[in-house]
Design a protein around this ligand. Structure first.
Ligand SMILES: [Zn+2]
Length: 286
């Protein structure tokens, strides 16, 4: 077991280059996104390296997918709808990683450095939240590249423009399954030889199903209560309060609740399945 000082030094050594690369690739907005991600990275790493590694898998895969075919016409068109781009600000960092941050911070205070229990209801809840945001980001980034028009999740007969909140496609759904499997597998591999195989399979399935469930909740909330606006100049529906393409013109509120933005939807859809997984593990499994 390394000493406390060694771990603190390591947490700085591993986080500084990540922040630097993220900033250079414009995956984080300066300064608030970088500061939020920096605090997150330090707390996660000090609590347990696995929390940190899981969030890094989310962040690296999402950033790569955001850049994937970024300048294609189809993606540019779809991203006109989205409130924010790949340049993550403080609120996006919090919305995506708030649950695992809370879990890591709790264990850091309770158990000290590198002592967080990995097969614990709270740990499973935290990892589930990362599976949700990974599944969701993968499906957004790859789903918009779908050849066919997406359908509306609350009425599958209805076709909607690419990038619309609540739009679902075959490619997007497969990406959801892929993103959730990715995180559940990474967690399962880390638990291998620590816990019995039967528990390992249950942990994998819970994180996987939680990830898929969260992604569905995200689409459903996006389709119902998330605020949508309309640009008075080009009549495009968007999540943005100002349409940049039309010279930062103020958009009109047309649908959903004005206060419910994409960050609130993301955070809620990560929190609900995490809580469900927590309850299942706490009351049934352990
Ligand atoms: Zn416009």
């Amino acid at each position: 077991m390394p000493t406390m000082l060694q771990i603190v030094l390591w947490s700085i050594i591993v986080n500084v280059p990540v922040g630097f690369i993220a900033l250079k690739r414009k995956s984080l907005r300066s300064p608030d996104g970088v500061i939020a991600a920096g605090i997150l990275g330090l707390v996660l790493f000090l609590s347990h390296w696995l929390y940190w590694a899981i969030v890094i898998l989310f962040f690296v895969s999402s950033s790569l997918l955001t850049k994937y075919k970024h300048s294609s016409k189809i993606k540019q068109e779809a991203m006109q709808f989205a409130e924010k781009g790949g340049n993550r600000d403080m609120y996006q960092v919090l919305a995506n990683s708030g649950v695992i941050f809370a879990v890591a911070f709790y264990f850091l205070l309770e158990n000290g450095i590198w002592n967080a229990p990995l097969f614990h209801p709270l740990s499973l809840a935290g990892i589930t939240s990362v599976a949700v945001v990974t599944a969701d980001t993968w499906s957004t980034e790859l789903g918009v590249l779908s050849n066919s028009s997406p359908r509306f999740i609350l009425n599958l007969k209805q076709k909607v423009p690419r990038g619309t909140s609540g739009g679902v496609s075959l490619e997007g759904t497969l990406s959801t399954l892929g993103g959730s499997t990715f995180i559940a597998l990474a967690y399962g591999m880390a638990l291998y030889s620590i816990i019995p195989v039967s528990k390992l399979i249950i942990a994998f399935l819970l994180v996987f199903m939680g990830g898929v469930m969260g992604s569905l909740i995200d689409s459903a909330l996006g389709a119902s209560i998330q605020a949508q606006f309309k640009c008075p100049s080009c009549n495009k529906i968007t999540e943005k309060r100002f349409h940049l393409r039309c010279g930062r013109i103020k958009t009109m509120h047309v649908k959903g609740l004005k206060v419910i933005n994409n960050d609130i939807v993301n955070f809620t859809s990560a929190l609900i399945p995490s809580f469900v997984v927590y309850l299942i593990v706490d009351y049934i499994l352990i």
